[in-house]
Design a protein around this ligand. Structure first.
Ligand SMILES: *[C@@H]1O[C@H](CO)[C@@H](O)[C@H](O)[C@H]1NC(C)=O
Ligand SMILES: *[C@@H]1O[C@H](CO)[C@@H](O)[C@H](O)[C@H]1NC(C)=O
Length: 375
């Protein structure tokens, strides 16, 4: 027969195990980051590395976006500092968009590649060196070409996915913050690997935000990650993959603002202070004045990391009839247009962010500042 005491003991064991199961942290989510290395891509990787909920398994790098391939060194430096001794793979992939490399494989770099030419060399150099601030990182002994496990994006990407599944028992989520060139190049060679990817969360595209690409004013409804390789964008959407798109409609709902900068300026950690210097320099060097900066600069890619962490999302939709324009015309390429066909049910779009008043209290900003301020 149970006494009241037995009951209380059993009850308290039950309660304790409930509390313990809540306190016991879920194993971190294995992620692979595919990036083109611009300032906000760098910050997205930093944010992911500092997020306890995520287990970064490696980074695949693109040279066809907003930085040159050798700037993968910046990523090697922060990875080796934040995940010491792990020697995570940093793998160099595509240098040219598929539109060019499919058509003119022998003449890459000249005369074509107008997609890549839309990003100025000045902007690429600024991103490569993080405006010169990369010398203030804690530099790794690994150098970038040692950090590449070969130069074969297809085989290396497959190996990284295989080792992730083997070591964690889980399929990786890919956080894509640049053009889709690497992922599509890889899937062209290994199409069955769509089944070995949990999900792709891709920052890219514009559904309804009319604003020109900074450097291609004639194009008013594109976003760079689609524009810089529209062939890859078209193909990625056609694969049978779970894709969650994070378009600028979502990222631009929570703009940078003076309140955020004020909080950022007070952070005490090494990377908190570094991020403050990096964004302050971006503001001072790349924009005419503060209002131009606040109207045009967003932490686009870190928001894709927040979406993976399920932070700051207010609405996700699916079942859109969308196609990507890609005709070799700079004024229209990289845009979403209406299609006759419904996108696959596993293609979803985060369209609304949680926006607090004031905006610097929004969940994204709080989590971002909290994560990078951990020492
Ligand atoms: C890259 O790896 C793939 C798959 O193993 C292979 O077919 C291809 O030949 C490799 N490419 C190079 C340049 O080694
Ligand atoms: C800020 O710069 C933008 C873009 O150059 C310009 O249009 C705007 O008038 C400037 N605003 C102020 C307050 O100076």
């Amino acid at each position: 027969m149970f006494s009241i005491l037995d009951f209380l003991i059993i009850y308290s064991i039950f309660i304790n195990s409930v509390i313990a199961s809540h306190e016991h942290q879920k194993p971190p989510l294995p992620v692979i980051i595919d990036t083109d290395g611009y300032i906000d891509d760098f910050l997205a990787i930093l944010y992911a590395l500092k997020s306890r909920e995520l287990d970064v398994r490696g980074v695949t790098y693109l040279g066809d976006g907003w930085s040159h391939a050798a700037s993968a060194q910046n990523i090697v430096d922060i990875i080796d500092d934040i995940y010491p001794g792990k020697n995570l793979p940093v793998i160099l992939g595509a240098n040219y968009d598929l539109f060019e490399s499919d058509r003119n494989p022998k003449t890459l770099g000249s005369p074509g590649c107008f997609y890549q030419k839309s990003v100025s060399e000045i902007a690429r150099n600024d991103a490569d060196l993080l405006y010169g601030l990369n010398r203030q990182l804690r530099l790794s002994k690994r150098i970038w070409y040692d950090a590449l496990t070969g130069f074969n994006i297809t085989q290396n990407f497959a190996d990284l996915i295989d080792s992730t599944i083997k070591q964690t028992g889980k399929k990786p989520t890919i956080i894509a913050t640049g053009p889709a060139t690497n992922i599509v190049t890889f899937l062209r060679a290994f199409p069955t690997y769509t089944k070995r990817i949990e999900k792709i969360v891709w920052m890219g595209g514009s559904l309804n935000v009319y604003r020109d690409l900074f450097t291609v004013p004639s194009n008013t409804l594109a976003e760079y990650n689609l524009y810089l390789d529209c062939v890859a964008a078209q193909e990625l959407l056609a694969y049978d993959l779970n894709i969650l798109l994070v378009p600028i409609d979502f990222t631009n709902e929570t703009p940078l603002n003076p309140g955020f900068f004020d909080k950022l300026s007070k952070l005490t950690s090494f990377y908190g202070k570094f991020t403050y210097r990096l964004l302050s320099t971006t503001r001072a060097v790349s924009f005419a004045n503060d209002s131009a900066f606040y109207n045009n600069y967003f932490l686009w890619d870190p928001k894709a990391v927040a979406v993976v962490k399920n932070i700051g999302i207010s609405k996700i939709v699916s079942n859109r009839k969308l196609a990507v324009t890609c005709e070799g015309k700079e004024s229209i390429d990289g845009q979403f247009m209406k299609s006759q066909i419904l996108t696959k049910a596993n293609f979803k779009i985060a369209i609304d962010a949680i926006v607090s008043d004031p905006v610097d209290d929004s969940p994204f900003f709080n989590d971002f500042l909290d994560a990078i301020n951990k020492d």
